[in-house]
Design a protein around this ligand. Structure first.
Ligand code: NI
Length: 138
């Protein structure tokens, strides 16, 4: 278990005011928790940058009536099966489906999967949510 330490920070007053306003809007109870999250954010970016095993989700919306698109998306997912942990499919309305593809693996391969999905004809929107396996994040 890691120990809690305190440290002082010198910061421009206006910058701190802006920070306090922002974290208040985001419902943080205090600066400490907001600063901890900022540090985690940077560490997770570093995990991605360094090519460590990471986790994430690819969210996409598409029209399932588009010819060949459903087959194409299935085929892509089989090609990248080693990265995919689970897929959730939601029928949004008559035409549109939303899928959440949960992934785990090397950042470059996951980005490649996201790009391949994004560039498939008929996919309306794709978003890659990049997070961590949590192993090295306290
Ligand atoms: Ni559907």
């Amino acid at each position: 278990m890691s120990k809690l330490v305190r440290f002082g920070v010198s910061i421009d007053r206006d910058l701190l005011l802006k920070f306090d306003r922002l974290i208040h809007q985001q419902n943080y109870q205090n600066r400490s928790e907001a600063i901890r999250d900022l540090i985690r954010e940077i560490l997770i970016k570093k995990e991605w940058f360094e090519g460590k095993e990471i986790a994430g989700a690819i969210v996409l919306v598409y029209d399932h009536h588009k010819r060949e698109l459903v087959n194409k998306l299935l085929s892509i997912q089989h090609d990248y099966g080693n990265l995919i942990v689970a897929t959730q499919h939601i029928h949004l309305n008559h035409n549109n489906c939303l899928e959440v593809i949960t992934v785990r693996g090397k950042p470059k391969e996951i980005e490649q999967l996201a790009f391949t999905i994004k560039s498939a004809k008929g996919v309306k929107h794709t978003q890659l949510v990049a997070t961590t396996t949590g192993k090295e994040i306290v």
